[in-house]
Ligand binder design. Sequence first.
Ligand code: VG1
Ligand code: CO
Length: 544
Amino acid sequence: MPAILTIATQPYPDQKPGTSGLRKRVAVFRQPHYLENFVQSIFDSILPPAGSTLVLGGDGRHYNLEAIQIILKMAAANGYARVLVGKDGILSTPAASCVIRKHATFGGIILSASHNPGGPEGDFGIKYNAANGGPAPERITDSIYETSLKISQYRVMDAPDIDLHRTGEASLGEMKISIIDPVADYADLMESLFDFDAIRGLFKGGFRIKFDAMHAVTGPYAREIFINRLQAPEDSIMNAVPLPDFGKGHPDPNLTYAHDLVDILHGENAPDFGAASDGDGDRNMILGRHFFVTPSDSLAILTANATLVPGYREGLKGVARSMPTSSAVDRVARTLDIPCFETPTGWKFFGNLMDAGRVTLCGEESFGTGSSHIREKDGLWAVLFWLNVIASRKQSVEEIVRQHWARFGRNVYSRHDYEAIPDDAAKGVMEHIRAEFGNLPGKSFGSYKVEHCDDFSYTDPVDGSTSKGQGLRLLFTDGSRIVFRLSGTGTEGATLRIYLEAYDPEISRHGLDAQEALCELIGIARQISQLEARTGRKAPTVIT
Ligand code: VG1
Ligand code: CO
């Protein structure tokens, strides 16, 4: 029986989980005891009951395998009976959620910094998901942080590394380790929700897709689902082998970072449909031929078309969106006469609503869409949903979106990110806007008049917990909105996000480019925030 060591350690002051787990540079995680402190803080917060099973895997980025070996030995020393770990240390975030639920485990640890770049100079991350398969709620992440501030020792088994490169069984002391196929459970779940025959028929009929896995975790999933099960031609997927540094790219599926795919979809002889996913496979970008679908519109369109998909044929219990996400889905929910919830940013806020059976679909403007089939957003799920809708409606992406706008009106939407701003300047912008709240209501800016402004606060309707300070909202009399928020996932300085939304029912203007249509609102946002004076920035770093 290998020895269990108790190692003395000292707290690090910076282990506060953000929007989605703890994210830091790889070099920070490589500091002595850094990863161990955080993992022990997780175990000490959740106190796994005897006999518990843990799910473990990550997006394959640099340091993934090393971290997994450490966590396995710590799990063995902390009394877990069994760990389900993905072969080669791989599990996409949605697949991990699927495995936690399907095998009814006590929870899981997912190693990922999602869309942040990887490699030795890049980022690493770790998050804990609870037994429902969803990101730990704030009560748990707060407790992990509190524990990390006081930690004095951690436990680890003194044992050799486990070979993770083949499926099968292994053990560490009394703890069993099952090295599982990371794709199978997830692909089966997808097959149970969508009409694979109809999608296969679509491809047979010559409908062409291009899915960009961005050298990140979804490659093996896309290969199994699109090529093996749906029999799409081999060239339907690109960048489908996960690399530890994501090919030096930025695995964030948006118009800026997925530009190779965007060029293909806007090029000559473009495929009918394009999609991309992020580092850990929970985000999606949907493109038609020469056409971009905003994530907010995508959520609204999936909601409006849900009953075309076998897994949702019975209809939806309700929908939810994060506060900065456009209110396009609210309009659909009103028509369908189902509840629509507005939550703070981050998937952890959807879990209670789904567990309580109050919502079926949910989404965020940041290229995240999902449903109660798991408790994470799910990139490939969104792609399959679109393909199922297209197979059923026999229309192009652009036709489907334009008909949606004609029926419900268009919520013109864009997000402007200002990355790596000095912390003080970013805080200054937010404080300044907050200080203006008293003067703004009733004031006019060009054709817009401020109706109301506030700092968004959310009370969970299921457990009554309140989350304050979730973003500054400026609501205008015509329903347009500007939201200011600081990112909780960045690792360098502060990232200020400005979310812009204007409602336009007029079909003749639906062809307008979003930046053009939002031009006046963009100017108002910069003016009210004193952005240039306070940060020196003349333009955003990323526009989505
Ligand atoms: C961002 C997005 C948010 C998303 C989060 C995690 O957070 O805005 O909508 O839930 O990333 O997504 P922030 O705090 O930087 O705005 V992922 O794909 O990184 O797990
Ligand atoms: Co992600």
